[in-house]
Design a protein around this ligand. Structure first.
Ligand SMILES: Nc1nc2c(ncn2[C@@H]2O[C@H](COP(=O)(O)OP(=O)(O)OP(=O)(O)O)[C@@H](O)[C@H]2O)c(=O)[nH]1
Ligand SMILES: [Mg+2]
Length: 399
């Protein structure tokens, strides 16, 4: 492992770490308050891996408990190098932690696995061997192929959620996830040359999905595995993580401009609902329909703004303050209304279109203009003004 220190004051070093041989594996383990599990995990790795494949273990830790200290102690009994990268700021949650581990790894192969012993380390050499044999860039440990099982997934609710998420994800990315039966798996091996860390924008759980969609390893293969019970401690997977996952899916699906434009259009359509409800309420309160139309339209604009902020341009918000973005967005939305009537008149009088086709053409034109305007004037980074993404303070300990 490289010995560069991001935060020198906090680095604790004991033995110098060995450089793993080429062909070895770096096992990346994200941990959040897993002090009751890490000793057992290192024990299982010691039993199952080094005799078959030289390895090193990199924990990327966001814990608020004593997990790093427990790792440090347990590592003294390990016949392989162990490193703890402790992050002060857990940027990107679990996914961000894994990316940090991928960047730190120096071996040809990297295996990512959980820190709670749900992923059997005995499979690590098999994952790498399968990848080598198949010339694959990515090997997924799958619960959903013959020989695999999700035995350790507690409760029918968790099983249903996991199944639903898998189905939705596969439906949204049929091509990218072709050949991956378990895109929700947190256990996989990836060739270091297949990792393009700079394009990854992880958000919470499901880092495999992020890698499969954005890094696009050429050949992908799978190995069955039996998902074990958690050894100890509590699950960190919450309903809030579920919402984060949906936002992540939306961000991944709308990464290309065409997909983003379709998303923009669909969100625009949903905006009719608050618009009409607002119009109904205001006229029911006795307001004249013209001011009511204008006010209700603003309700639709606000609705659309909230949705596109969270679903479409999540990654591009930090270039302007929220009120600047909201103001620009509202201006564009209202300009769209003002522009539509003269455009229809132009199409009817100059190009002799019928009123209906002129209206349809004006709607499409203003929609495309509004989308392009939103991309360029609201969410395009200003040159030289882009703030570097915060990668948090990370203390590296070779133990
Ligand atoms: N570094 C880091 N690790 C995390 C974070 N959230 C979860 N983890 C780790 O990611 C792994 C998977 O989290 P779990 O809570 O076990 O999620 P799960 O396996 O889907 O849920 P269970 O089946 O209930 O265990 C564990 O090793 C966690 O400690 C985080 O924010 N940062
Ligand atoms: Mg778990």
């Amino acid at each position: 492992m490289s010995q560069e220190h991001t935060v020198p004051a906090e680095v604790v070093e004991t033995e110098p770490t060995e450089i793993p041989e080429p062909g070895a594996v770096t096992i990346v383990v994200p941990t959040f308050n897993e002090s009751a599990n890490v000793r057992q995990l290192l024990h299982q790795i010691t039993e199952a891996v080094p005799a078959r494949l030289p390895c090193e273990v990199v924990f990327v830790d966001d814990s608020t408990d004593d997990t790093p200290e427990v790792i440090e102690k347990a590592a003294q009994d390990c016949p392989f190098p162990v490193t703890v990268l402790h992050r002060e700021e857990p940027v990107g949650g679990l996914g961000g932690a894994v990316v940090e581990g991928l960047k730190a790894a120096t071996s040809d192969w990297i295996v990512v696995m959980d820190g709670d012993c749900q992923h059997p380390p005995s499979l690590v050499p098999d994952l790498v061997a399968t990848g080598e044999r198949a010339g694959a860039g990515l090997v997924v440990a799958s619960r959903y192929i013959k020989g695999g099982s999700r035995a350790g997934l507690a409760g029918s609710y968790r099983i249903a959620v996991s199944r639903g998420a898998t189905w939705l994800t596969k439906a949204l990315f049929p091509r990218r996830l072709h050949g991956i039966s378990d895109p929700m798996s947190g256990f996989f091996a990836i060739r270091r040359s297949a990792v393009t860390a700079e394009v990854l924008q992880p958000l919470g759980y499901k880092i495999l999905l992020e890698l499969a969609v954005r890094s696009r390893p050429r050949t992908v293969t799978e190995v069955p595995f039996v998902f074990q019970d958690r050894f100890a401690g509590e699950s960190k997977s919450t309903a809030q993580e579920g919402l984060r996952f949906l936002r992540h899916l939306a961000g991944l699906r709308t990464a290309s401009p065409v997909a983003r434009m379709i998303g923009f259009g669909l969100i625009g359509l949903t905006g009719f609902l608050p618009n009409l409800v607002g119009l109904w309420a205001l006229t029911a309160l006795g307001m004249h329909y013209v001011p009511a139309e204008i006010l209700a339209n603003q309700l639709g604009v606000a609705w659309n703004f909230l949705l596109i902020e969270h679903l479409l341009f999540r990654e591009r918000r930090r270039h302007r303050r929220w009120w600047d973005r909201a103001g620009r967005f509202a201006l564009l939305a209202n300009a769209d209304l003002v522009l539509r009537i003269p455009l229809i008149a132009l199409f009817v009088h100059q190009f002799h279109l019928g009123v209906l086709s002129a209206t349809a053409l004006a709607l499409v034109t203003t929609f495309v203009l509004r989308f392009a305007g939103t991309e360029a004037l609201v969410y395009l980074p200003r040159r030289g003004r882009e703030k570097p993404a915060r990668d948090g303070r990370t203390a590296r300990r070779a133990v």
